[in-house]
Design a protein around this ligand. Structure first.
Ligand code: B12
Length: 213
């Protein structure tokens, strides 16, 4: 199993997107579990990519092809993450904040929430505070999930919460936040209800937030 996980990790790191489908299928046929595929192969690969980028060994184009390979891989795994869709546990509005186009982690969070029975509306990336507020008013979700991967876009999360307060919407929706630079301390600081370090935690948080509503 270790060998196939290493192979998949190499494919994502190298951005060899043409090879990802066949390799994942081989792994699934071989009985490799989804959790290991996602965490030990694919997310681990993105960490290597981020590290190489930070050290100046690769640049944005390489990061993009790795991201594309990761996205193709997650699409293949998505149907396998689904549980029983008939049991709806509540609704979640999800997006990446303004100025930020990173969406792989957010998409994974969305997939896992759907898999766990939540109705998910994903607004996509680079979402302004205004759009988020409009959608909350329109959809009335139980939970708002905000993602940010850049330190420079973290303050957008605070803006969303401030505007929710200003518009009297804060009591209507629980807010959970996440993304690589986010911490529980930051979540507390900006008045979010919860911080989730990964997609599995996002599901656990969503369950507890909706259970207490
Ligand atoms: C892929 C990638 C890109 C791709 C994004 C493609 C896409 N469709 O997402 C591209 C090439 C576009 C890109 C661009 C840039 N990037 Co970039 N990118 C990355 C990289 C390598 C991987 C991110 C990723 O997908 N990780 C895998 C996913 C699964 O993990 P995740 O996002 O953290 O999500 C998990 C958790 O955080 C959590 N989570 C995430 N969201 C949420 C939401 C909620 C509600 C909850 C509960 C949990 C949660 O759950 C997820 C699943 O477990 C990271 C490095 C890294 N290791 O993070 C750099 C990184 C984030 N990028 C960086 C930079 C600098 C940039 C650019 C500014 C580069 C440039 N010079 O142009 C631009 C900015 C573009 C913009 N305006 O947004 C820096 C950020 C530095 C900083 N501290 O601010 C990083 C850290 C690289 C580095 N080490 O320097 N990038």
């Amino acid at each position: 199993m270790e060998r196939i996980l290493e192979k998949i990790k190499d494919i994502v790191v190298g951005g060899r997107f043409r090879e990802i489908e066949a390799q994942l299928e081989e792994a699934i046929q071989g009985g490799v579990d989804l959790h290991s595929l996602i965490n030990q192969a694919m997310i681990a690969a993105m960490d290597v990519v981020g590290d190489r980028f930070a050290k100046g060994k690769i640049f944005v184009p390489e990061m993009l092809v790795s991201a594309k390979t990761m996205e193709m891989g997650l699409e293949i795994l998505q149907p396998l993450l689904k549980e029983d869709e008939s049991l709806s546990r509540g609704s979640v509005l999800l997006c990446t904040v303004k100025g930020d186009v990173h969406d792989i982690g957010k998409n994974l969070v969305g997939m896992m929430l759907e898999g766990a029975g939540f109705r998910v509306t994903d607004l996509g990336v680079d979402q302004t505070v205004e759009t988020v507020l409009e959608k909350i008013d329109e959809i009335r979700p139980d939970i708002l999930g905000l993602s940010a991967l850049l330190t420079t876009t973290m303050p957008e999360m605070q803006k969303v919460i401030e505007e929710l307060n200003a518009h009297g919407l804060r009591d209507r929706v629980s807010v959970m936040i996440g993304g690589a630079p986010i911490s529980a301390k930051f979540a507390r600081h900006i008045g979010a209800d919860a911080y989730g370090k990964d997609a599995a935690e996002a599901v656990a948080i969503a369950r507890s937030l909706t259970a207490s509503q």
